[in-house]
Design a protein around this ligand. Structure first.
Ligand code: NAP
Ligand code: G4F
Length: 354
């Protein structure tokens, strides 16, 4: 029996990873947070009946520990138990507003899980594999281009600083205690399941609203930063591959970058997304006064609003995933921004319920 526990199971990546693992015959467990709304798990509603969910929170050691122990005790015959730590306050701009909470969840939360694993009996611990959801944001004000597994980190947000802590504590538990614990360093990945406060979905839904007459224009912050975008479905496959590396004492598992190897500005994303709906955007003005107009109608469709600027910005990201391609044989289906944009437009945000 193969077991998997996913923190962050209700998130974009958690939903795709759950689908992948269920298709591979894993028994999948996850924690969900208690909220005042009864049902806010729209991304996993279609597979909910196949999942074992329990309330939990990355800030609550007891709950995490009880759940992990309970899974092990009720499945004594398990062959392998993979733990994917995807839970995070994952919004960079919001991390400047709630830095302490972000640190607690994204940084200390990882340590809480690692400690639970470390203190298990050796015979059990040896069958556990741990994945930590690291991020290209850790490269921050980048020190070299493209960024790979050897590029030094230079984080510039509370989110990224917490993730750097998570990266090193995961590595330390691997090197110091021999845990099978790996860091994925994943560049931006999006999908039709992305929420609208990330820039890609904000643009896609803004365009949909403009076309149905409920919105006049999209307000954005820095449109000249560059991102290396892929599709979440391809990236969760890479996470799974990272936990399938051979495990020998002399050869501990390794960390991997997942990236598309292409970088584009937010401005290009805007132009391509409008172009997908047959609208050409013409830019005029400068700085906060810059606007994007529909080249045919002359109507303003994009404005700059400084409220979306960040105290520190990651201006440029471009990943080099050579190691993952060569060692893990990782491949990705969504190899152009156009394909990604098309998927974001045409697929309904919530998978149909059974
Ligand atoms: P997401 O959609 O924001 O999902 C985050 C998940 O974490 C949600 O399930 C959320 O639960 C959960 N969560 C948040 N705070 C929690 C807490 N205190 N306790 C327990 N669960 C909590 O993020 P994603 O895009 O799927 O990303 C998954 C992971 O990869 C994150 O760690 C993110 O930082 C990292 N990452 C993402 C990208 C990317 O481009 N998407 C790139 C690199 C790394 P609720 O549904 O209750 O909010
Ligand atoms: O879509 P974003 O908010 O994503 P960001 O900051 O790159 O973070 C995402 O990718 C990381 C991997 O590198 C993950 F670790 C993280 O969890 C998350 O998934 O912003 C992208 C860019 C930024 O430069 C931002 O300043 O778009 C710029 N931007 C311009 N206007 C905007 C907006 N971002 C948002 N969210 N909203 C705007 O209105």
């Amino acid at each position: 029996m193969k077991l998997a526990f996913i923190t962050g199971i209700t998130g974009q990546d958690g939903s795709y990873l759950s689908e992948l693992l269920l298709n591979k015959d894993y028994k999948v467990f996850g924690i969900v947070r208690r909220t005042s709304l009864l049902y806010s798990h729209t991304r996993i509603e279609h597979i909910r009946h196949k999942l074992t969910l329990r309330y939990g929170d990355m800030t609550d050691t007891t709950g995490l520990s009880n759940f992990i122990h309970n899974i092990i005790q009720t499945h004594p015959e398990f062959e392998v138990f993979e733990i994917y730590n995807l839970a995070a306050q994952s919004h960079v701009a919001i991390s400047f507003e709630i830095p302490e909470y972000t640190n607690d969840v994204d940084g200390a939360g990882v340590l809480r899980i690692l400690e639970v694993i470390r203190t298990l009996p050796t015979s059990i611990k040896n069958k556990i594999r741990f994945y930590q959801a690291g991020t290209s944001e850790m490269f921050g004000a980048v020190k070299e281009t493209p960024q790979n597994e050897r590029t030094p980190f230079n984080p510039v947000s509370p989110y990224a600083v917490a993730k750097v802590y998570a990266h090193y504590i995961t590595r330390m538990y691997r090197e110091g205690y021999g845990l099978y614990a790996v860091n994925g360093i994943l560049f931006n990945h999006e999908s039709s399941r992305r929420v609208e406060n990330f820039v890609t979905m904000k643009i896609v839904s803004g365009i949909k609203n403009i076309l149905n007459g409920t919105q006049e224009y999209i307000e954005l912050g820095n449109i000249d930063s560059k991102r290396d975008w892929g599709h979440a479905k391809d990236y969760v496959y890479g996470m799974w591959l990272m936990l399938q590396q051979p495990h020998q004492e002399q050869q501990p598992p390794e960390d991997f970058v997942l990236a598309s190897g292409k970088t584009q500005t937010i401005r290009t994303f805007v132009e391509k997304a409008f172009a997908f709906k047959g609208i050409r955007i013409e830019w005029s003005g400068e700085g906060v006064d810059e606007i994007g107009k529909d080249a045919v109608t002359g109507l303003t469709r994009v404005k700059i609003n400084p409220k979306y600027f960040r105290p520190c910005e990651v201006e440029f990201l471009l990943g080099d995933a050579t190691k993952a391609r060569e060692k893990l044989k990782w491949t990705f289906e969504y190899d152009t921004l156009d394909k990604l944009i098309e998927e974001m437009f045409i697929t309904p945000p919530h998978p149909p319920h059974p």
